[in-house]
Structure formats: structure tokens, C-alpha cells
Write a protein that binds this ligand. Structure first.
Ligand code: SF4
Ligand code: SF4
Length: 82
């Protein structure tokens, strides 16, 4: 899963782009719900939130590093693909 760093400027570019509705406004900045973030596996070749973020403040969460396979499994679970 990805993580939004504290330097987020709340520009709101990423939130509407997430295919999993994993991004929402948190206490002070936008936040990613790790259980919903597939790093865009199943939707895009690379994380679309990173593509649209103007200040590059979205990183892989060091506490939620997941394999490609695990991200695919999450995609299947979230979207009920068989
Ligand atoms: Fe959403 Fe994709 Fe960003 Fe994860 S990487 S928060 S799924 S846009
Ligand atoms: Fe924050 Fe980047 Fe999202 Fe803008 S696009 S709200 S700066 S994480």
C-alpha cells in the first residue's frame, strides 16, 4: 500500500482518481486506507495517485510493503473478480 507524506498540500488531485476509493481527507492531510490500496494493480500500470500528485509526496508505505501477488489478491477481493 502507498502512504501520503506530511508534505501533502491538500490539492485534492489524487482523491477522485483512485479506482479503489482508498483516498480520503484525514485529520490534516489526505490519507490512504492501506486495506483498500492495491497500488493500482488491476487498474493501471503504475499508481495513478503518484502520477497526478504535483509534489511527489506519495510513497510505498514502509510498514505495508506488499508483493505483486498480494496486491492482485487484494484487487480480486475488493472487486469480486473470479
Ligand atoms: Fe488508490 Fe492506486 Fe493510489 Fe492506491 S496507488 S491510493 S489504489 S490511486
Ligand atoms: Fe496531497 Fe499529492 Fe494528493 Fe495533492 S495529489 S492531495 S499533494 S497527496
Amino acid at each position: 500500500a502507498l502512504l501520503i507524506e506530511d508534505s501533502c498540500i491538500n490539492c485534492d488531485m489524487c482523491e477522485p482518481e483512485c479506482p479503489n476509493d482508498a483516498i480520503s481527507y484525514g485529520r490534516e492531510i489526505y490519507e490512504i486506507e492501506p486495506d483498500l490500496c492495491t497500488e493500482c494493480v488491476g487498474h493501471y500500470n503504475k499508481p495513478t495517485c503518484i502520477s497526478v500528485c504535483p509534489i511527489d509526496c506519495i510513497i510505498v508505505d514502509p510498514e505495508r510493503v506488499e508483493s505483486e501477488e498480494a496486491l492482485w489478491d487484494k484487487f480480486v477481493l475488493l472487486h469480486h473478480v473470479s
